[in-house]
Ligand binder design. Structure first.
Ligand SMILES: [Mg+2]
Ligand SMILES: [Zn+2]
Length: 181
């Protein structure tokens, strides 16, 4: 069982990065490759207004594979944050797993969300996961929270999500209107 959340704890919207917030072009190690997906700023704004902390949780095994280093991951995240700031929205936190195996943080393992909850005093039980892969939905299942699939192309094989959306915005609208309300 999770420890009880502190009084007044905020829920989190755990957001996958590649394929959910920005185009997934594979192992992204430079900010120049960031392409924010349509509707993402609006979706993040709605989550913030509904009282969610927006927490990115992303597997970046490109580090373990030697394709780029942690400073590159950090640079991409700083740039993503800056680009979103131009739209007037923010991401409260980034957690990333740099490993390929033998860790407790690579999704679908729930380590990144548990660490975020501990460090930021989040209410996990009222949280939600948005992601484009089976591993994201399995991550939601491991946490016992709703998993919303964001999948533009409709090819998906994995644990059944609570809802299949084409875009983050569609998924956020569904969640806020039909689940969180
Ligand atoms: Mg993804
Ligand atoms: Zn890890």
């Amino acid at each position: 069982m999770d420890e009880a959340a502190p009084q007044g704890a905020k829920p989190a919207a755990f957001l996958d990065r590649d394929g959910t917030l920005m185009e997934d072009t594979g192992y992204i190690g430079t900010p120049e490759r960031i392409r924010i997906l349509d509707g993402v700023p609006e979706a993040l704004r709605m989550l913030g207004e509904a009282g969610f902390e927006r927490v990115v949780v992303t597997n970046q095994s490109g580090v373990a594979r030697g394709l780029f280093g942690e400073p590159d991951v950090e640079r991409v995240h700083r740039q993503l944050r800056e680009r979103l700031a131009r739209h007037g929205v923010t991401l409260e936190a980034f957690y990333y797993c740099t490993h390929l195996e033998d860790c407790d943080c690579r999704k679908p393992l729930p380590g990144m969300a548990r660490r975020a909850a501990r460090e930021r005093g989040l209410d996990l039980r009222r949280s939600v996961v948005f992601g484009d892969r089976a591993g994201d939905i399995a991550f939601a299942d491991a946490l016992g929270v709703p998993g919303i699939l964001v999948n533009e192309f409709g090819t998906y094989a994995g644990p059944e999500p609570l809802f299949r959306a084409r875009t983050l915005l569609e998924g956020v609208r569904f969640f806020l209107e039909r689940v969180h309300a």
